[in-house]
Design a protein around this ligand. Structure first.
Ligand code: GLA
Length: 462
């Protein structure tokens, strides 16, 4: 009698264990995300992609045409068990494309995005050790080298396009992924420019950082004028965050969820329309909505950042930012912290930056130096770019790159420069910064020629 009862119990256990397995394999496999290649050389490269849960292997396709109407011999659904594969036997200076599907015993996923790669050699965009991302990718603990872009710059063959593909491994939209260009009315979106930026990154193996979901300086007029209740206002913000995160799920690796919520004075919260209408919990709500939307869209690895400026020199503001961070961390909602770093050749000091960044390291956050530029004429005391300022700026770029490169691998994410050419930077004549004169804050001059600051960046990677 006792034995019979035991037998029934055991069979019940097996039955439920088996039915659990069935449920697991019945889930459809997620579509994998292919990422930019590594170790590109004259005759090959390493194709890479992210892990898909429940997959046992991946099917890799490599082709010389974007539509995969033909395949390279041996690379038509080549089965690979790792998250990368070294593709060999290629021709120098040639454009190749790759994509993958995830596989387990019973299922095959949809195709990933397509990554384009040009082998070195006779190519007109060779891999050169003096290119920023080439050098950064060879570090023991590499990180993305980012650039702020506008959709209008992304025409194939333009100066921006060539430099971006050669030197940068991440992009952030300078304006076009903010709320006011995207949201034209409640639930009505203009995706054109933002889609172009994201597609450019995805097609060229360049990481895309989303900037920024909620920022007091990018509130569309219709939302400023919103006449509903505060609760209805909050629902509009929720809807916006949900729709945007969903639209770009799997295409954008990270988002600045809230930008600049700390005030410059006394470590207070900035008195924005969001604080006024949604109350002090608004930051947490926004992060929660972003996380929920990403998870619902199947993107469980989206990185959520809080982004702010001038925290290294303004300690009450720094403290406020870290109290925002602690609050978000307590609810497990934040992955990283963005330090804008609109710096000058004099400030902040190395020690000030290190103290600020080390606080974030201690909290286990990913760190994004998210909007780096280094002014040399903040007092409007020079009318041409002098040799002395050129060298001072070079040293400052070197200093920040070096200190970023020294942080632990787990805290690294990206170091993004806020614009390509000096003559197009937001800095000169900025009323926001009270910057009345000309300036030369970036890595390239008006003719796309590299400056000493670029050499400083490279030296920082030594
Ligand atoms: C802030 C924002 C950026 C950008 C700059 C000015 O730093 O975070 O998006 O608007 O101002 O270019």
């Amino acid at each position: 009698m006792k034995n019979k009862f035991l037998l029934i119990l055991i069979s019940l256990f097996f039955l439920s264990a088996c039915s659990g397995d069935e449920n697991e394999t019945a889930d459809t496999l997620e579509t994998p995300i292919a990422i930019g290649p590594k170790d590109v050389n004259d005759s090959g490269f390493k194709a890479k992609w992210y892990y898909v849960s429940h997959s046992k292997s991946y099917l890799l396709d490599v082709s010389t045409n974007e539509n995969f109407t033909t395949f390279l011999p041996n690379y038509n659904s080549k089965e690979v068990t790792d998250l990368n594969d070294v593709v060999v036997g290629l021709t120098g200076g040639t454009q190749y494309y790759y994509r993958v599907r995830a596989k387990n015993e019973t299922q095959i996923s949809d195709y990933s995005n397509v990554i384009s790669v040009v082998t070195t050699g006779s190519s007109n965009i060779p891999e050169d050790p003096t290119f920023l991302k080439v050098k950064a990718n060879k570090l023991a603990n590499p990180f993305f080298v980012g650039m702020a872009v506008k959709a209008s710059q992304l025409t194939t063959g333009s100066g921006y396009d060539i430099i971006l593909k050669n030197e940068f491994s991440s992009i952030s939209a300078e304006y076009e992924m903010k709320m006011n260009p995207i949201s034209t009315a409640s639930g009505v979106y203009n995706w054109a420019a933002a889609d172009k930026i994201v597609a450019y990154g995805n097609a060229n193996g360049i990481n895309v950082h989303g900037h920024a979901l909620v920022w007091h300086n990018a509130v569309p007029q219709w939302l400023k004028d919103f006449s509903g209740t505060d609760a209805e206002f909050a629902l509009e913000v929720k809807k916006y965050i949900t729709d945007v995160v969903t639209h770009y799920a799997g295409k954008v690796k990270s988002w600045d969820v809230v930008n600049e919520a700390a005030d410059d004075n006394g470590g207070a919260m900035r008195n924005t329309i969001f604080l006024q209408r949604m109350g002090p919990n608004y930051i947490k709500d926004c992060f929660q909505w972003a996380r929920n939307a990403a998870n619902a869209a199947g993107d469980t690895s989206l990185l959520l950042f809080y982004n702010d400026y001038a925290t290294s020199t303004n300690i009450p503001k720094q403290d406020r930012v870290f109290s925002i961070v602690d609050d978000l961390k307590a609810s497990n909602l934040i992955n990283g912290l963005g330090f804008q770093m609109h710096n000058t050749y004099l400030s902040p000091t190395k020690a000030q930056i290190e103290t600020d960044i080390n606080r974030a390291v201690a909290k286990g956050l990913k760190i994004h130096i998210s909007e780096l530029d280094i002014q040399v004429n903040q007092f409007n005391d020079i009318s041409t770019f002098t040799n002395e300022r050129r060298l001072a700026q070079k040293e400052k770029y070197k200093e920040i790159v070096k200190l970023y490169n020294a942080i632990p691998a787990a805290n690294k994410y990206a170091l993004t420069v806020w614009g390509m050419k000096d003559n197009e930077s937001w800095i000169p004549y900025s009323t926001e910064l009270n910057h009345v004169g000309n300036d030369w804050p970036l890595l390239y001059d008006a003719n796309f020629t590299i400056k000493s600051s670029h050499t400083g960046f490279l030296e920082g990677l030594d």
